[in-house]
Design a protein around this ligand. Sequence first.
Ligand code: ADP
Length: 315
Amino acid sequence: MILLDKAKNNTVVSADNLTKQYNSLTAVNNISFQIKRGERFGFLGPNGAGKTTTIKMLYGMSPLTAGTLEVIGLDVLTQVREIKKRIGVVPQETNLDTELSVIDNLLVYANYFGIPRNIARKRAEELLDFIHLEKRADTMVDALSGGMKRRLLLARALINNPELLILDEPTTGLDPQARHLIWDRLISLREQGVTVVITTHYMDEASTLCDLLVIMDEGKIIAEGSPAELIARYISQEALEIRVIPDQIQKAIDILSPKSESYEAQDETLLFFAPSADKLLKIAEEAKLKIEYMLVRRATLEDVFLKLTGRRLRD
Ligand code: ADP
């Protein structure tokens, strides 16, 4: 019994048969998942997969059509106010108050949570340090760059010391420096034990940030695991990318695909996945394939994603 209680306490989000319908459109179609305390959990998927809708249900912005959803042990249908006090949300849109300074954006938010002014100021200053905006405390939000605004949104989401932080596409549209700074801060939060949930369509972001991922497509979860598990399960550890002269394409497939765990034709380029791409290359050379281009590399989450969700454009 005690063990069972412990297991339950360790679960921060529990979704069972979660469904969201917008009129006749099923945006989220009967999905179940669990997120454990301290985990960094990602929802990955092409546009329109249902990622944002799923996490909007998590933070009480979108009512469920069917299923059950518990967040930090509370029911989103009946205890949403309590949930909101204990979580932080970085939405996709930059909804800062542009008429206020950087620090006042944080203080106003602290006020919503009933945090006493002196404690709020200290916490706001610490958070500005945390996101490297300490020199901008009195700058008006309008004067900030896109990256600075995203960082401020992150600080705002942390003002109430949340147990669970939810971020919807935290780095979309940012330059590499700004993205890396956000990633670094999110990694540091993980070290502090905060549970982090993100949506993203950036594979490198998912690989870097997430311990566990679900890949969604058309409202369904189509795969679940750590980045390394997904790569091992759906393709293989390494990839050989190869381009041969056109009349040898079929020969290359005939020779290499039986030696591969998975293969794919990408226009003129053939992709073969195996534990050792060097071995495949050797086989190609021994068969005297006329190679125009080749690359031996590690397989990536992007390879898994394209294999599972296809190459069809989604919008
Ligand atoms: P993602 O975040 O994976 O891009 P979304 O959850 O935003 O996907 O959208 C899933 C589907 O639901 C899409 O087809 C989208 O057009 C639709 N959708 C999202 N929000 C609404 C809404 N408020 N009203 C009607 N349809 C919506």
